[in-house]
Design a protein around this ligand. Structure first.
Ligand code: OFO
Length: 161
């Protein structure tokens, strides 16, 4: 594998673990706000992000590449309002999509078809992640002002496995 592609994939392992960390922080914020449904939704999201990191980790090792496990940055989840937490997640997913596209660009430049095929899964996944995070912002915008509606939304989100 080309060094730059391997380096970008390595960096992405860290970014996916950071995503998990960020979502865990958001989950903690909701837990402390008494919104257990939101908390469990974001905790499930954190678990998904760890799976994303491990997918890349396994791919690198399968390709006989090293995996450098760098330090994971801290997260600040001092949100003023519930919607700010959802907006943070939405902004983060857009950023992650850009990062995946950068790796895809490098793989295309290098005619690395195997990595392109591998990354196709992530491109599709990011489409879903962005859709979910955008919907969450929209729902909170629509229902979040009214405490009773927020409670109902919290109940709905608790259903995510
Ligand atoms: Fe890994 O998809 Fe979100 O960040």
């Amino acid at each position: 594998m080309n060094k730059r592609v391997a380096q970008l994939l390595n960096d992405q392992v860290n970014k996916e673990f950071f995503s998990a960390y960020l979502y865990l922080g958001i989950s903690k914020y909701f837990e402390r706000e008494g919104l257990k449904g939101f908390a469990s939704w974001y905790k499930a999201q954190a678990a998904e992000e760890q799976e994303h990191a491990m997918k890349i980790y396994d791919y690198l090792l399968d390709e006989d590449e090293d995996v450098i496990l760098k330090q994971i940055a801290g997260v600040s989840v001092d949100f003023k309002e519930v919607i700010d937490a959802a907006k943070e997640a939405d902004k983060h997913e857009k950023y992650i999509t850009e990062e995946i596209v950068k790796i895809m660009d490098a793989a295309v430049d290098d005619k690395d078809y195997k990595t392109q095929l591998f990354l196709n899964w992530f491109i599709t996944e990011q489409q879903e992640e962005e859709r979910n995070s955008k919907e969450m912002v929209a729902k909170i915008k629509l229902l979040g002002k009214d405490k009773k509606n927020l409670y109902l939304l919290d109940k709905e989100l608790a259903a995510r496995k």
